[in-house]
Design a protein around this ligand. Structure first.
Ligand code: GAP
Length: 431
């Protein structure tokens, strides 16, 4: 089969699984949807929260000198003038005079529309910041923007973080937060949305240490992604040749096996651009006073800026495995929405159901657990494999005598007999 067709089929399977099993739903679906917006369902939100928690703990607990913030989505509109977004966050587009379809000018070679053969207009500039209005009185409303990138609030809070903590250079401020863009071509499911989430680290350092820290974070971030993917060999770097005027280097961490776009995270050399611009536009001194060397300078910044939703999509694609008789989501257990499923062998035997419910309630105190008594055991395994549940526990007649259960491993499908009182430590050990 042609590669494009295989890719398209794989995406269709992931989109369908996500909706059918409650990972991701199309936004506003009962009203016909809204392009570029999605909602996470009961399983999706568990997995996304697991993912964000892993990132957050890794940033703030496994590194020295990184603190977090949670900034506002709407900021003073001057922020976006200082950042350059009002002027430069633009896409030149052409429009078909006949069917009014719009295309990115960079993607077009001729002067005819690929949809209807109509003639195209000259390129026009569109800003992709999402505007908003603040205030209640018509005519007195103030223009604002939803943030086009999450990182700007980190620059705005940099001085407050310095003044309110004892942090010293080099240090990092990290954040997970929403960003909004009027993407011209939203599509490919979670890959290009109009509302999405970013996880950013802005690492503030001395200008003469940029090289060292850039290389450090580039490798460090790649190692982190490798630790969460089922097939780390599917990750790679893309080196940017076209750079922003202040940047010396830029790399993307890519999911190279992606059937759609590949970019997952950007490692950016931002230098002193952001703090200098905000210093200039706000009139505030954003320099750093180094008390040890008596120097005063604008810190330079290495940024690692990744997409939470894109990572989610790539993890699903990477974990999705079709085997002869089942579909398995081979997610790392730490990411799986449910860690454990508990079944009574037969649903019409009250003593088995009661024992299974007791185990379920106990495990629920520590793990995300699902109880299932529908159909036969085979169907229940099939259903749990498809959503990536690493362990299935079955309560059978022997359980009532020996206080032990059968634990079945998602990946190997092997079964072990484990004492009920040892279940928590068994599962924790595996996780
Ligand atoms: N502060 C730098 C910045 O925002 P970016 O490369 O535009 O850089 C960083 O975005 C990451 O955010 C991307 O690598 C991607 O994972 C994610 N991202 C960007 N636009 C997106 C969109 N429309 N939908 C989903 N994720 C997006």
């Amino acid at each position: 089969m042609a590669k494009e067709k295989i890719n398209q089929e794989l995406m269709e399977k992931i989109v369908s699984l996500c909706k059918r099993r409650g990972f991701v739903f199309p936004g506003s679906e009962i009203y016909g949807g809204l392009q570029g917006f999605y909602d996470y369902g009961p399983l999706g939100v568990e997995m996304k929260n697991n993912l964000k928690k892993l990132w957050w703990n890794w940033m703030t607990k496994e590194h020295e000198n990184i603190v977090g913030i949670d900034g506002a989505i709407i900021t003073n509109p001057k922020v976006w003038e200082a950042s350059g977004h009002v002027k430069n966050f633009v896409d030149p587009l052409v429009e078909c005079k006949k069917c009014h379809h719009r295309f990115k000018a960079d993607d077009i070679t001729g002067d005819k529309c690929s949809e209807c053969d109509g003639l195209l207009t000259e390129p026009k500039i569109f800003n992709i910041l999402v505007p908003s209005k603040l205030g209640v009185v018509e005519g007195e409303k103030v223009d604002a923007y939803l943030r086009g990138e999450a990182c700007q609030t980190i620059y705005l809070d940099y001085k407050n973080v310095l003044d309110s903590t004892r942090i010293k250079i080099p240090f990092g401020i990290c954040q997970i937060g929403k960003a909004f863009r009027n993407e011209v071509t939203p599509g490919n499911f979670l890959f290009r949305q109009r509302e999405f989430e970013q996880w950013d680290l802005q690492w503030f350092c001395r200008p003469d240490e940029m090289e060292k820290w850039f290389e450090f974070w580039k490798e460090e971030r790649m190692n982190w992604y490798k630790s969460i993917f089922t097939n780390p060999k599917n990750l790679g770097f893309y080196k940017h040749e076209k750079l922003a005027h202040y940047a010396k280097k830029a790399f993307d961490i890519e999911y190279i096996a992606s059937p759609v776009g590949k970019e997952m995270e950007g490692i950016h050399w931002r230098g002193d651009w952001d703090l200098s611009r905000h210093s200039e536009f706000s009139g505030q001194d954003l320099s750093y006073a180094d008390l040890e060397t008596n120097e005063k300078f604008i810190p330079n910044i290495v940024e690692t800026s990744g997409g939470v939703d894109r990572t989610f999509l790539f993890l699903m694609l990477d974990a999705y495995t079709e085997e002869e008789e089942r579909i398995v989501l081979k997610l790392k257990p730490s990411l799986a929405p449910y860690k454990v499923a508990v079944f009574p062998l037969l649903k019409n035997k009250p003593e088995l159901v009661a024992k299974a419910k007791e185990i379920y309630s106990d495990l629920k105190k520590e793990f995300t657990v699902i109880f299932d008594e529908r159909g036969n055991i085979g169907k229940r395994y099939y259903s749990q494999d498809e959503i990536g549940t690493p362990f299935c526990i079955t309560v059978d007649f022997d359980t009532l005598k020996d206080e032990a259960v059968t634990v079945r491993d998602r990946d190997t499908m092997k079964q072990e007999r484990i004492k009920i009182k040892g279940l928590n430590s068994y599962i924790n050990g595996k996780l």
